[in-house]
Each structure stands twice: as structure tokens, then as C-alpha cells.
Design a protein around this ligand. Structure first.
Ligand code: NAD
Ligand code: DAU
Length: 355
């Protein structure tokens, strides 16, 4: 089996669903360890109820005793590490949780994995993998027209979130270099798709538009991100896990740079088509608000290495992926209502009240 951390979050739950539904993984079970923070949601995994190949454990990656026990009991052949605090705005308001989970948690997981790895026989030891899921934000911000991030780009993290992810990438690198732990790292661009928590740009715009609320665009809306459909990220991780070269990092992206305002306009146009509002086009709700402090202007991923070495390319275009995504949110109003209760509401007040 494989151990997945953070498998109740946005990408982690898509990965677990994809893994258990994919013939290529030949029914290999998943041990899913998740602390169920505000971002972890077991409703994402409701389709797996009664599936013996999915073992969920509610626990924290900073809990070394728990990690040791789980590794010894379940003897996974790989760890796929998603668990993290992931939202840049939250890292600005409260960086402590990011240091604890992203830095200390990754350190604790690496140490537990190293201890466990040493107990394995030669064949299992050689086959073992620790795949660390990271972000393009570690590379910092690109000037207009500058070449996209390659794996050799200098690390220049600018937010508490990206600094904590950069720190975790460095730990993973060092555990390979010093201890020989068989690690792989992926640095991916912005994901979107089903189960995306509506604090992030695309799902926030969809749920706010449907509720007739303002669509808050930070600054001038000209910041650029590269967008990748989440299931393509899952297939990239499966590919790297199976075929990646030990100690290597692979950039993962959608070859799809877009300005935030164009993303928001695209969402509005799709909603106009799929759920027209008698009050008028959804773009009437677009509201420019105060910018994010330290806001990175542009990210762009050069994903040629993973294509050249491992033959991976995204399957979705942005047009196909965003249509599926908007339709998913229209079809899952119950999921949206569930996540909008409680912690999410408090966060909306904290983040947007002062802008
Ligand atoms: P998310 O916030 O939706 O989910 C994170 C999950 O981790 C949640 O289920 C949460 O409960 C769990 N978690 C948090 N702290 C934990 C802890 N201490 N112990 C155990 N579980 C804990 O995040 P996401 O968007 O799914 O991102 C997953 C990973 O992918 C992160 O490492 C993130 O840095 C990386 N990533 C995200 C994107 C993106 O666009 N969302 C892009 C590139 C990389
Ligand atoms: O690049 C990969 C990263 O993408 C991941 O590592 C992070 O975990 C993930 O959260 C995401 O980070 P971003 O900061 O790019 O995502 P977010 O959805 O928060 O914002 C996307 C862009 O939209 C960013 O330029 C800020 C802007 N934005 C965001 C929100 C929430 C707005 O203009 N208005 C908003 O209300």
C-alpha cells in the first residue's frame, strides 16, 4: 500500500479517488493520514465508504509516535506527502501553522520515513519512495516575458506559505543527499477542479457569483498564474512516483498562463451560459479590492523535463477543465453549503473585511 498524507484536502482527495479508481494502480490500497483541519473534508471521500482499500486515519504529521506506529503496522512501499497549510492569504494573517505543519511536519515525516526505511529488507528498501508534493511558488515572481521556471531556477519564496514550502523542499533534498532516502519532489502550478475549497480564487468566484456576492479581485487583477486541472496533477504524481529518477525534482504545469481578471471573466461567462442570472451578467459583480501584501506578479512553469523524461503532458485544456469545474460546482450545491458553514465563514470576515 501507499501512505498518503493530507488525503482529505483538495488535491489529496482527488489523488486518492483517482488512485483507487485507476486500473493502472492495480487495486493498491491507500492509507490516508489527515488531521482534518478546516481544509480537510471527509465528504470528498464519501464515494469510498465501505471500500476496504481505503484506510483513513485521523491524525497529525507532527505526531512522531503515530507515524512510527502507522508505518510499522501498514508497511507502505511509498509515502505521497500532500499534507500542508496551503493558502497564501492565511499564511499572511497567521504564519505559525504553516511553520508547524509544512516545516516541522515534513521534518517529522522524513525522520519517521527514514527510521522505517532502515528496517526494510534490501529489495523493499530499493523500491521505497518518498514523494514530496510542492509548489511553483518557491521560485518567487517572474518579470513579464522572463522564461518560465525550470527545475534549476533559484529559490526566491516571498510569502510565509512559499517560504515554508521552500524549507520543506530543502529538507527533502537534504534527507536524500545526506541519508540516501529515496525521495522525489514535484513543484506544481495552480490547480483547479472539484473539491477545491472556496477560499481559493476559482471556487470563490463561482460560489460568490451564484450567491450574488461581490467577486473580489486583488489589485489590478493582472497577476499571472499557470493553471492545471487537478486530475492532471494527480496523473503527474502517479507518473513521477512510478518512473521519476531518485533525488530529482519535476516541475508540473498546464502550459496555461492567464491573468486573474481573465480567469474571473471566464468563470462569469461560463456561469452566464450554464446558470444565467435574471439580474444580469455575473461580471457586474467584479470588485477590485486591496492587493495581497507581497503579491507575486507572475508564475509560469516550464514542464519540459517531466514530458521529456517521463512522457507526461496534461490531458485537459483550460477550456475543457474550467467548464467541467464550473459544472461540478453547479451540480454539488450541497458540498458547497457544507464547507461554507463554520470555519470558512469566520475566514471570510477576517480576510475581506479590511480590504
Ligand atoms: P488543502 O489545504 O486543500 O489540503 C491540505 C490537507 O492537509 C487537508 O486535508 C488538511 O486537513 C491536511 N493537513 C493540514 N495540516 C495537517 C497536519 N499537520 N497533519 C495531517 N494533515 C494535515 O491543500 P491542497 O490545495 O490540496 O494542496 C495539497 C498539497 O499540494 C500542499 O502540499 C500544497 O502545498 C501543494 N500544492 C498545491 C497547489 C494548489 O494549487 N492547490 C499547487 C501546487 C502544490
Ligand atoms: O502556484 C501554486 C499555488 O497556487 C499553491 O502552492 C497554493 O497552495 C495555492 O493556494 C495557489 O496559490 P495562489 O495564491 O496562487 O492561489 P489563490 O487561489 O489564493 O490566488 C490565485 C490568484 O488570485 C492570486 O494572484 C491571488 C488572486 N486572488 C485570490 C483570491 C482568493 C484574488 O484576486 N482574489 C481573491 O479573492
Amino acid at each position: 500500500m501507499i501512505l498518503v498524507t493530507g488525503g482529505a484536502g483538495f488535491i489529496g482527495s482527488n489523488f486518492v479517488l483517482d488512485w483507487l479508481g485507476n486500473p493502472a494502480t492495480r487495486g493498491e490500497p491507500v492509507l490516508n493520514l489527515d488531521a482534518l483541519t478546516y481544509a480537510g473534508n471527509l465528504a470528498n471521500l464519501a464515494n469510498l465508504q465501505g471500500n476496504a482499500r481505503h484506510v483513513f486515519v485521523h491524525g497529525d504529521i507532527t505526531d512522531r509516535a503515530l507515524l512510527d506506529r502507522l508505518l510499522a503496522e501498514h508497511r507502505p512501499r511509498a509515502v505521497v506527502h500532500f499534507a500542508a497549510e496551503s493558502h497564501v492569504d492565511r499564511s499572511i494573517h497567521g504564519p505559525g501553522a504553516f511553520m508547524k505543519t509544512n516545516v516541522d511536519g515534513t521534518f517529522t515525516l522524513l525522520e519517521a520515513a527514514r527510521g522505517y526505511w532502515h528496517t526494510l529488507g534490501d529489495a523493499d528498501k530499493t523500491a521505497f519512495r518518498f514523494l514530496h508534493v510542492s509548489t511553483d511558488e518557491v521560485y518567487g515572481s517572474l518579470a513579464p516575458g522572463a522564461p518560465a521556471f525550470t527545475e534549476d531556477h533559484r529559490y526566491e519564496p516571498n510569502s510565509p506559505y512559499s517560504a515554508s514550502k521552500a524549507a520543506s523542499d530543502h529538507l527533502v533534498r537534504a534527507w536524500h543527499h545526506t541519508y540516501g532516502l529515496p525521495v522525489l519532489t514535484t513543484n506544481c502550478s495552480n490547480n483547479y477542479g472539484p473539491y477545491h475549497f472556496p477560499e481559493k480564487l476559482i471556487p470563490l468566484m463561482i460560489v460568490n457569483a451564484l450567491a450574488g456576492k461581490p467577486l473580489p479581485v486583488y489589485g489590478d487583477g493582472q497577476q499571472i498564474r499557470d493553471w492545471l486541472y487537478v486530475r492532471d496533477h494527480c496523473s503527474a504524481i502517479r507518473t513521477v512516483l512510478a518512473h521519476g529518477r531518485l533525488g530529482q525534482t519535476y516541475n508540473v504545469g498546464g502550459w496555461n498562463e492567464m491573468a486573474n481578471i481573465d480567469i474571473v471573466q471566464t468563470v462569469c461567462s461560463l456561469l452566464d451560459e450554464l446558470r444565467p442570472d435574471p439580474a444580469g451578467p455575473y461580471s457586474r459583480l467584479i470588485t477590485f479590492v486591496a492587493d495581497r501584501p507581497g503579491h507575486d506578479r507572475r508564475y509560469a512553469i516550464d514542464a519540459r523535463k517531466i514530458e521529456r523524461e517521463l512522457g507526461w503532458r496534461p490531458a485537459e485544456t483550460f477550456q475543457s477543465g474550467i467548464r467541467k469545474t464550473v459544472q461540478w460546482y453547479l451540480d454539488h450545491a450541497d458540498w458547497v453549503a457544507q464547507v461554507q458553514s463554520g470555519a470558512y465563514r469566520e475566514w471570510v470576515t477576517t480576510n475581506y473585511a479590511a480590504r
